[in-house]
Design a protein around this ligand. Structure first.
Ligand code: HXC
Length: 514
């Protein structure tokens, strides 16, 4: 027995070195960590249970018949984060560049299948040269097996992709199907075709970083939800995200204690909105005062900044926030903001995370660029996502709620549970100037002094419509509230909504306008 145990230990030890010391050294020189070092940072100390360490690749072509690396370039298993179970895989770049073999895919699919049965999140640490070229279609099949499971697991358990090196070609579609993508500045990249192919096909000269680096995907394409300076920060950031998520679609996010002293009126909330309704302000200042201390965890921070989305704790509950940002493009809804908001709403709804919607929106962005690129189709996504969501939904209109954007931003009409407005709210079909110029066009043109007539009509319009009371008269707004009391009101409201049950009609699945 003793010898057998010694052999087992030595076999297992041999797997720790992956593709060998030289390759680990090269990885470290690039500022990267090994597959196992990453796991150690990601999960609770000592909680990782590896499986399939003895799996070997089966290929007999192009010299691979001599390859004897146990585990075959991907570390898989189960661990805990904040005491809760997760399934994970971590690609080992030291073994044939982390390339995905048939057996490699089988290992990944195994933990994904188990994760779905157990109802636990899946975290993938990606660092791979893509399909293992020597295996041809078998590795492509392996990718497709993963894509299918990513799709089936979507909405069942949270899936998180962390890109810590290359992720190219069709391989990008596994992370793309998952819920959140993390990238590291200057060492991770994602693209369907690399700079060389781009050069051949479109004659563009572009670097890896510009084409598919972290900053590109965080700010231009919106593919990456989070970017960090280095791998350690990234993995710590993933741990932080997990604090807000439930384990699966039947679970609820864990509640935390919060400081009850913060229920007293927040007078600062009354000093944020400028007297002049056309002046911007930073919605993040309002968010910071509404949520439990330092609990706002922003998602997609650098993308479509005219809408803010992120997780937070409000009265200890995990709550998803969607807020217009008046300091960027006046908080207008455009294509990117609509898509960003819609995806976040759908994630929260899928995983029982209540929604707080903060509204200050002048409308949808006009122009040929937006119309020709489909603002109708994309704006509809946000409308669809809010309409279909059955989690507790609370809206606070801080200032403008004009036009279709009023309806879209979780209005009462699309099943907002509690819709509040501040006294500064302006709820109408459109802003005063545009409205007056349309409905009083003839009177203004015929007036002796058109400018003074315009101002008179403007004052009338503002008096009549630029307030929350007409909407409140009809019950479209449940209450007009004193801003300083907003935090305590929303905590009370989310607490009341804990027993909410709402369902959508029976169907195979909906057909969201993609
Ligand atoms: C087999 C691979 C490999 C691959 C890298 N390696 N990619 N082996 N299949 N796909 C091996 C290399 O031969 C090398 O082995 C080791 O990994 C490290 O690679 P290097 O090139 O030395 O490293 P580096 O300079 O850092 O470059 C990394 C890289 C580059 C940018 C990823 O290797 C590369 O461009 N690889 C090919 C990427 C690619 O085109 N993949 C196919 C994408 S299409 P040794 O033994 O020398 O250490 C795809 C389809 C998926 O994935 C479709 C799903 C539907």
């Amino acid at each position: 027995m003793k010898n057998k145990i010694a052999r087992l230990i030595s076999l297992k030890d041999s797997t720790k070195l992956g593709g060998g010391e030289e390759k680990i050294k090269a990885l470290h020189q690039k500022g990267k960590l090994t597959a196992r070092e990453r796991i150690e940072i990601l999960v609770d100390e000592g909680s990782f249970q590896e499986i399939d360490v003895f799996v070997k690749q089966r290929s007999k072509d192009f010299g691979l018949e001599k390859m004897e690396i146990l585990g075959d370039g991907v570390v898989t298993g189960y661990a805990k984060i904040h005491g809760k179970d997760i399934a994970l895989y971590s690609q080992d770049f030291t073994v044939l560049g982390g390339s995905l073999s048939e057996t490699n895919a089988e290992k990944i699919c195994k933990i994904m299948n188990t994760a779905m049965k157990l109802g636990i999140p899946v975290i993938g640490l990606n660092d791979s040269g893509g399909a293992r070229i020597q295996e041809g279609v078998r590795s492509l099949g392996g990718y497709a097996d993963i894509f299918l499971l990513n799709t089936l697991a979507s909405g069942v358990v949270p899936q998180i992709s962390v890109i810590l090196g290359p992720c190219a070609g069709g391989a990008v579609y596994s992370p793309a199907i998952t819920d959140f993508i993390f990238m590291v500045k200057n060492s991770s990249y994602m693209f369907v075709t690399g700079p060389n192919v781009v050069k051949t096909v479109t004659h563009e000269d572009v670097t890896f970083e510009d084409l598919g680096g972290a900053e590109t995907h965080a700010s231009k394409s919106g593919v990456a939800h989070f970017i960090n300076e280095n791998e350690i920060e990234t993995l710590v950031h993933v741990r932080k995200l997990m604090e807000y998520l439930p384990q699966n679609f039947m679970d609820k996010p864990e509640e935390k204690e919060y400081d009850h002293a913060t229920l007293t009126p927040q007078k600062k909330l009354e000093a944020i909105i400028p007297e002049n309704p056309n002046k911007p302000y930073d919605m993040k200042e309002i968010i910071a005062l509404l949520v439990d201390e330092d609990s706002f965890f922003e998602v997609h921070k650098n993308y479509a900044e005219n809408i803010i989305v992120g997780f937070s704790r409000i009265g200890g509950m995990s709550v998803g926030i969607i807020a217009n940002q008046p300091s960027i493009l006046a908080g207008v809804l455009d294509i990117n903001a609509s898509v960003k908001g819609a995806r976040f709403v759908r994630f929260c709804d899928a995983f029982n995370i209540p929604l707080l919607v903060l509204v200050d929106v002048p409308g949808f962005l006009p122009g040929t660029d937006q119309e020709w690129n489909g603002i109708i189709r994309h704006g509809a996504k946000l409308l669809f996502a809010f309409s279909e969501a059955t989690v507790p939904k609370v809206t606070v209109i801080t200032r403008k709620a004009y036009g279709g954007a009023y309806d879209v931003m979780n209005s009462k009409h699309i099943r907002g549970d509690f819709n509040f407005a501040w006294p500064s709210a302006e709820i109408a079909v459109m802003g005063p100037k545009g409205a007056v110029e349309i409905i009083f066009k003839k009177e203004i043109a015929a007036a002796e002094n058109p400018e003074s007539e315009l101002n008179k009509k403007l004052n009338d319009y503002v008096e009549k419509f630029a307030n929350p009371y007409i909407a409140a008269e009809r019950g479209f707004i449940d209450d007009v509230i004193v801003p300083s009391e907003t935090r305590s009101r929303i905590i009370q409201t989310f607490s009341l909504l804990k027993t909410k049950v709402d369902r959508n009609p029976k169907k195979k699945h909906s057909n969201i306008p993609l």
